[in-house]
Design a protein around this ligand. Structure first.
Ligand code: ASP
Length: 590
């Protein structure tokens, strides 16, 4: 037996016991004739001590030890004279009676402590060392508990966990597919699933009502922050349900996770906010409702006063930033530059400062009287001491830009506290989104989302304006301004599915080739069904109070999609290429 206890286990009640521990050397300290070793495993740290009574052998072994050596230590548990209240084993230490080196270690490339000196790339390359550190261990543990509690809850309410294949057919859901060549079918490719969407729908046709899976999904997208080419979903589907049956079921799961993992209670139902309200009030379909600073439309009240920019604008909107009337010219200039960055895309920024009851100052003071400025500020919800920030332009674009500014001001004012949780559902999404560039509709959620039954006439209309107004029973679960989950009631009728492909500009032949299996399945008794999926990585990061999902993935990819530990992707051998009937073409030749 390598060990009798772990390094996180022994307490004062164990004093006098003879124990054997095994683990990694975190630190060695010498104080006169005494040597102290901090021994670490994933359970904790225990102090070992070689005192004057320790044998010469033990002292010899200690003199050869280095950081991260793997050792086995035999000793007796003793009460410490100077206790360490910061660690759970801090009241005891192990007086060494024997010590064996199980394996040596090279000097690690960075310090393996909670605060490390290692840069991101280095830590990614030596991920197995980084994973030894406390913050990552805690992240991995949180993820483990999230998965277990998810399984426990869903199983307890009748869901079956069913695995679906990873080598599937390319059925685009909006992103690019990763593909895998088939050796046995030369020239043909599998795709890795962007999600198990169509397979879970087939399971509904099969009658396997209440399915879930903790599933790997793969999307070959350019990586934005907080995105990974492979990520994990808690993927779920139910039959014979309406929207609120699904929302209620998964609200139960979410509340269970909050309770069991963070000991937080949510006694009220989560808010359901229509998509339109989210866009109008927050300029985002994933509103952060931890703070107010809502957007207010002031288009009508600012027109006709000679300020050309507002006169010609489709939309003028404002937010009131609390307590910021004292912003200097320099600060406002900086903010104006900030909103002009391509990521925000505003043309400019107008401000009104309510300095006190009598004094308003504004960058558009020459066009509006003080009274007018005050009433504009009031409409924006401003009080004395507030700064009103105003943007104008095309409605949708400007609302999104103002929403982005709102989040930025929330950050600057410290209103986005990661220990506060503000969950909600955004509902009633449009079914389709028109893309000016390609002059076609895209599915707002995915092509399998059903139009609302009440919008069926518009769905069959040939007019763009009608189609733009079709809504879906689609919903997103939002936590602290982040989309954590999303789903919809699905199409379960082959004619409607075919019409959907037609609306999306997918011809009959292409639809049959790519989705024939699903359209056919719908001809054999498909039940009404719907579902949703949660992003497990992101859910974990939010529960852990972190922005980045990388810490919650054991071996994440970097921002150009490389696995730095395995050094993948990489070229494959010529024989493999030949077997697969593949040849590479250099990017230049392409
Ligand atoms: N498959 C969807 C997605 O990955 C989720 C769902 O509609 O259930 O976004």
């Amino acid at each position: 037996m390598y060990r009798t206890h772990t390094c996180g286990e022994l307490r004062i009640k164990d004093v006098g016991k003879k124990v054997t521990l095994a683990g990694w050397v975190q630190r060695i300290r010498k104080m006169g004739s005494l040597s102290f070793i901090d021994l670490r495993d994933r359970y904790g740290i225990t102090q070992l001590v070689a005192d004057a009574n320790a044998s010469a052998d033990i002292n010899n072994e200690i003199s050869t030890l280095g950081r991260e050596f793997v050792i086995q230590a035999l000793g007796s548990v003793a009460e410490r004279s100077s206790k360490n209240s910061r660690i759970e084993t801090g009241e005891i230490e192990i007086k060494l009676l024997g010590l064996k080196i199980l394996n040596k270690a090279e000097i690690p490339p960075f310090t393996i402590e909670d605060n490390t000196d290692g840069g991101e790339d280095l830590r990614a390359q030596f991920r197995y060392l980084d994973l030894r550190r406390g913050p990552l261990q805690r992240a991995m543990h949180l993820r483990h508990v999230m998965s277990q509690e998810t399984r426990k809850y869903l199983s307890s309410v009748g869901f079956w966990e069913i695995e679906t294949p990873v080598l599937v057919k390319s059925t685009p859901e909006g992103a690019r597919d990763f593909v895998v060549p088939s050796r046995m079918n030369p020239g043909e490719f599998y795709a890795l699933p962007q999600s198990p969407q169509t397979m879970k729908q087939l399971l509904m046709v099969a009658g396997y009502d209440r399915y879930f899976q903790i599933a790997k999904c793969f999307r070959d997208e350019d990586l934005r922050a907080d995105r990974q080419p492979e990520f994990t979903q808690i993927d779920c589907e139910m039959s014979f349900v309406e929207r609120d049956d699904i929302i209620d079921t998964f609200e139960g799961m979410i509340k269970h996770l909050f309770k069991t993992i963070l000991n937080r209670d949510f006694n009220e139902p989560f808010m359901k906010m229509p998509y339109k309200v989210a866009m109008d009030d927050y300029g985002s379909d994933k509103p952060d409702i931890r703070f107010g600073m809502k957007m207010h439309e002031i288009t009508d009240m600012v027109k006709g006063k000679g300020f050309g920019v507002f006169d010609s604008a489709e939309y003028v909107g404002a937010i009131a930033v609390p307590g910021c009337a004292g912003y200097s010219r320099k600060q406002l200039d900086e903010l104006t530059e900030w909103v002009k960055r391509p990521q925000v895309g505003a043309k400019g920024l107008v401000n009104i400062k309510i300095e006190n009851e009598d004094a308003v100052k504004s960058s558009i003071g020459k066009f509006y009287s003080d009274e007018e400025l005050k009433s504009i500020a009031e409409s924006a919800g401003a009080a004395v001491g507030d700064l009103v920030l105003i943007m104008s332009g095309p409605a949708r674009k400007t609302k999104i830009a103002l929403g982005t500014l709102r989040i930025e001001m929330g950050n600057r004012l410290g209103l986005r506290d990661s220990s506060v949780f503000a969950p909600l559902w955004v509902v009633d999404f449009p079914l389709l989104e028109w893309d000016e560039e390609t002059q076609r509709f895209y599915a707002e959620h995915h092509p399998f989302t059903a139009p609302k039954p009440s919008d069926m006439d518009k769905f069959y209309s040939d007019k763009k304006e009608d189609l733009e107004q079709v809504n879906a029973d689609a919903y997103d679960f939002i936590l602290n301004g982040t989309e954590v989950g999303g789903g919809s009631i699905r199409i379960h009728n082959s004619d409607i599915q075919e019409r959907m492909f037609q609306v999306l500009g997918i011809g009959k032949e292409e639809a049959d080739y790519k989705f024939g299996f699903l359209i056919n399945a719908f001809k054999y008794g498909a039940p009404p069904h719907g579902g949703l999926a949660f992003g497990l990585d992101r859910f974990c990061a939010l529960f852990g109070g972190q922005d980045s999902i990388r810490d919650y993935i054991a071996f994440p990819k970097n921002n150009v999609g490389r696995d730095m530990t395995l050094d993948a992707p990489s070229e494959i051998e010529k024989v493999q290429m030949d077997e697969l009937c593949l040849k590479t073409v250099s990017p230049a030749e392409k």
